[in-house]
Design a protein. Structure first.
Length: 266
């Protein structure tokens, strides 16, 4: 049936919507007429964005504060939306953060929270909302992966592994449900200018700035690909070339080069 059209009781649920790529997904989907369900931990930011979307685009936009690393909080989310009279037609799994540095020196709690957010929450929400999309033969899921998920990244081991999980999940489920009229797309951007890496000395900061993209451009390209039911979307030619090389260069050659480039200074 194609990518869902905007409807009165339908909504696009966007996780990690308080900033960056998530907030931009909310804006561009609202601009297209979709109602928006904003999910993240920071309620004040969600309420501010919901007001912006209502006044700017005339859509129904509501905040659903939720810590997606909490299994009980995730389990309650479908009921909260149902109580609000909302049906999820579009799901954008975007929430995330990134650990970096030598894995043996990383904070174990941060590594485990990263897995819960990037892997567990993505599996949980997709599995909860996908069955009704399949039943209706109508729906779309966007899973925000990364070019970091296309190859192992030393000094960003946990993050690249989690994004590889997201990419593999999206590709497999895309193939399963395409005959049911449901779109599933993995969006794999290169580094994006957002808050994600601002507060830490993350190795990705060493990637040349010419390779970075802005969130609005990434989302525009991602949504275009999702509407066309592309299995994987890698924005911009430079990133696609890098992704192609990463997929096909033997790890014995590529890993030492990446490790040296991402190795902490000092």
């Amino acid at each position: 049936m194609g990518f869902p059209v905007a409807s009165r009781d339908g909504t696009a649920l966007v996780t990690g919507a308080s900033s960056g790529i998530g907030a931009e997904f909310a804006r561009q989907l609202a601009q297209a007429g979709h109602g928006i369900a904003l999910v993240a931990r920071r309620e004040e930011r969600l309420q501010e964005l919901a007001g912006e979307l209502r006044s700017g685009f005339g859509v129904r936009a509501e905040a659903f504060p939720c810590d997606l690393t909490d299994a009980d909080a995730r389990a309650a989310l479908p009921g909260r939306l149902a109580d609000a009279g909302l049906r999820v037609d579009v799901l954008v799994n975007n929430a995330g953060f990134a650990t970096g540095g030598p894995f043996h020196e990383s904070e174990l709690d941060a590594e485990l929270r990263q897995v819960r957010l990037l892997c567990e929450a993505t599996v949980d929400l997709t599995r909860r909302f996908l069955p009704t999309m399949v039943e209706r033969r109508h729906g779309a899921v966007v899973i925000v992966a990364s070019t970091a998920g296309i190859q192992p990244l030393p000094h960003s081991a946990g993050y690249s592994a989690a994004k590889a999980h997201a990419l593999a999940l999206a590709e497999a489920v895309h193939q399963e449900v395409r005959r049911h009229g449901v779109h599933v797309t993995a969006l794999c951007p290169p580094p994006v200018r957002t808050e994600l890496f601002e507060k830490t000395d993350h190795p990705v900061e060493r990637v040349p700035r010419v390779a970075w993209l802005d969130a609005d451009e990434v989302v525009r390209i991602g949504l275009d690909g999702a509407r066309r039911n592309k299995r994987v979307v890698v924005p911009k030619p430079l990133a696609r070339i890098q992704a192609l090389i990463s997929r096909h260069v033997p790890h014995g050659v590529g890993l030492p080069l990446v490790e040296r480039a991402f190795r902490p200074h000092g």
